[in-house]
Design a protein around this ligand. Sequence first.
Ligand code: COA
Length: 184
Amino acid sequence: MLRGSKVALRAQHEDDVPVLQAELYDDVVYHSRAEIGPWRPITPGSKESLVVVDDEDERTAAFSVVDVAGDTLLGIAELWRIDSHNRSAHLGLGLRPSARGKGYGTDAVAVLCHYGFVVRGLRRLQVETLADNAAMLRSAERNGFVREGVLRSSAWVLGEFQDEVLLGLLAHDWKGDGAAPLSS
Ligand SMILES: CC(C)(COP(=O)(O)OP(=O)(O)OC[C@H]1O[C@@H](n2cnc3c(N)ncnc32)[C@H](O)[C@@H]1OP(=O)(O)O)[C@@H](O)C(=O)NCCC(=O)NCCS
């Protein structure tokens, strides 16, 4: 488990899946805004669910986000498309509706940075998010990510194309100092 100041990241448990599927995957608006690809109905327990436990995909490190005491499930966090040649990865995050706007997202980004840079030895982390996703943009920028560009009309979202913002953070610019999350 990796601990930040407000959240911890641990492996996804089978018990997490129905909650995450119901509150995140099955929310068409959330899915359309936060995930690549179209929403479509997925049978609970299907291997196609985005929140299925899959330990064999080595290019993804998927965590459940829990409160720092480890009692309450808050959402999902992952490094995806981990590229060990270029030493880079993309960062993804989705919190349950009740967990948003309380600082958990900012801390979860910090813990993912610790995992990417310290545990995995990556050099670059990247976030792509919709240009109007103020909470994600801010969570990333508070951790040192900088805006590198706008991907114009890159995302089809519920009837219209929207811009995405590309943000990046390099290991040597990361200020993961004394507050670095602890592993246990
Ligand atoms: C995006 C998300 C992970 C951010 O996590 P969060 O816990 O809600 O964000 P935080 O509480 O850490 O807030 C981060 C900053 O954004 C601001 N913020 C939070 N919610 C906001 C909102 N709805 N509108 C504008 N600003 C907002 C906070 O005030 C804070 O700013 P500050 O650092 O200046 O104080 C979370 O809201 C979420 O899961 N949203 C739905 C899924 C999603 O969009 N995922 C990202 C896909 S790329």
